[in-house]
Write a protein that binds this ligand. Structure first.
Ligand code: 48F
Length: 274
């Protein structure tokens, strides 16, 4: 009789091949996707989750090993997050316990909220490339058509000892969710295709509404959400309150989703007309 308390047999090469085949298959499948979200902070995680949840193929690219960006901590290394109404409803939806600090201001536990958000993005079907940094964009004429990536350790070493060419991934749209850096949009600034004013001084009260209001396409095929919107539009920073990250991520997913559906309809009509 089989003893089911013992591990089943697998040798070293079997383990290596299982990892390798699974990873390369996924990378092959996602060399072309509907949307690439750059940056796995709160805004990127929500944007990716909502787009994948509506049936789109979404790849999330993150330069760190861990996902979550600034969402593990609520500011000054204290792991309690604040969100203001109405954004608390998103945390409620994904099952994050909230404490009411005062009317319209809620506190969540950072590790609990962040891990739930990551899990909900993965559950929705988002695929992740971590330890991967985007250092440029693919441009097709006047439109963004993908990202140029390399391993983070390669990017972190001096060029003279890592002459490793990057590779590129194609997508219908790219979403810059890289926080204050606005890394994807910066690639256009380097070519004088866009101006990047940088974010302004902290104003909790004004910044959150402004970031959500200005969340949109910033260049054909390139969208921004979260703190990168503040950098791209010259808006105030909001400090350690995260409601605008969640609502901005949700808003960009809605705009991108509508655009992708519209493009698919036009494509179908063209095929039928042929
Ligand atoms: O900074 P981050 O959490 O961005 P966010 O979603 O949220 C901002 C808040 O955390 C906070 C705030 C509001 O309360 O002011 O700062 O806008 O996450 C950005 C993620 O993008 C990754 C980075 O490691 C982080 O996880 N990232 C940045 N540049 C690149 C990148 C790049 N070039 N390639 C890949 N990932």
């Amino acid at each position: 009789m089989a003893n089911d308390t013992r591990f089943s047999h697998a040798s070293e090469k079997d383990v290596t091949r299982a990892i390798l085949r699974s990873f390369t298959k996924e990378l092959d499948d996602y060399a072309e996707s509907d949307a690439i979200v750059v940056g796995a902070g709160p805004s990127g995680l929500i944007a990716a989750r909502e787009l994948a949840g509506t049936g789109h193929r979404v790849l999330l690219v993150e330069r760190n090993n861990y996902l979550g960006g600034g969402f593990w901590l609520g500011g000054y290394l204290m792991n309690k997050l604040t969100v203001r109404a109405p954004a608390h409803r998103i945390l409620d939806e994904i099952g994050v316990p909230l404490q009411k600090a005062q009317d319209g201001l809620y506190v969540a536990d950072g590790p609990h909220a962040c891990s739930k958000l990551i899990a909900s993005a993965c559950d929705a079907g988002v695929r992740v490339l971590n330890m991967t940094q985007i250092d440029d964009l693919v441009l097709r004429g006047e439109r963004v058509g993908g990202v140029v990536i390399n391993w983070t350790p390669v990017e972190a070493l001096p060029r003279q000892i890592t002459c490793v060419d990057p590779v590129a991934l194609e997508s219908k749209v790219v979403i810059d969710a890289t926080g204050h850096d606005a890394s994807a949009v910066s690639a256009l600034e380097r070519r004088d295709l866009i101006e990047l004013p940088g974010y302004g001084a902290m104003s909790v009260q004004d910044a959150e509404d402004a970031v959500v209001d200005r969340t949109d396409e910033v260049f054909p095929g390139l969208y921004a959400c979260g703190m990168s919107v503040a950098t791209v539009r010259g808006l105030p920073r909001m400090g350690p309150t995260f409601g605008a990250m969640l609502l901005s991520g949700r808003k960009v997913a809605r705009i991108v989703g509508e655009q992708l559906s519209l493009d698919a309809t036009v494509e179908e009509q063209l095929i039928t007309a042929k």
